[in-house]
Write a protein of this length. Structure first.
Length: 195
């Protein structure tokens, strides 16, 4: 059985598909056509709303506090809409907004950054805190992007590239601690009050 504790909610006929060892904070919402890979962590006050298109989040990705993840619905201005697809070992910083975009593997989206409809962030990219990735823009692999609108600043160093793996591991370890503490608190509550 998966270890998750937040609000996992169906919408229409779509129910989130939750991988193994996933942590969803009790204050977070994951709704609708959403797939969370193994060891994903979704932190306090995050909204992952797959109500009009699909959201896929790859293994070992962490979505930090207050972030908003949504899609672009199909309609007269966009016949197919855009899903939200996030790769593996991605760190989404606090209060980031990702909307109908594609994010590759080993990406850092900094705190308060916004990635808009139809944008593509390739593998091994840093989107700086507060950056605005405008609709349809592609961010090439191996670079730091910053500003509003986001622009290419420089190539990433070897240390920066290694950080992606470190951050993913760190958040896998941290969510395991949270799962253990929530499980212990639940068992303690049952011991005191009965099932």
């Amino acid at each position: 059985m998966s270890n998750y504790h937040g609000c996992i909610r169906s919408f229409g006929e779509q129910t989130p598909n939750i991988g193994r060892r996933v942590f969803v904070d009790p204050s977070a919402l994951v709704m609708g056509n959403v797939s969370l890979g193994d060891d994903v962590s979704v932190w306090p006050q995050v909204a992952v709303r797959g109500d009009m298109h699909r959201i896929c989040i790859g293994a070992r990705t962490n979505i930090q506090d207050g972030s908003v993840l949504h899609i672009t619905h199909a309609g007269p201005y966009n016949e197919q809409g855009w899903p939200l697809v996030i790769g593996k070992e991605v760190t989404i910083g606090h209060n980031a907004t990702l909307h109908g975009c594609t994010v590759g593997d080993r990406v850092l989206v900094g705190m308060g950054a916004i990635v808009m409809d139809g944008a593509v962030v390739e593998d091994d990219v840093v989107v700086a805190a507060g950056a605005l990735v405008t609709p349809g823009k592609t961010l090439s692999s191996g670079f730091l992007y910053s500003g509003s609108p986001a622009r290419k600043i420089r190539a990433l160093s070897e240390d920066e590239l290694a950080f992606f793996f470190y951050s993913a591991n760190n958040y896998v370890d941290l969510k395991n601690q949270h799962i253990a503490e929530l499980k212990e608190a639940r068992q303690d509550h049952i011991r005191k009050t009965g099932p």
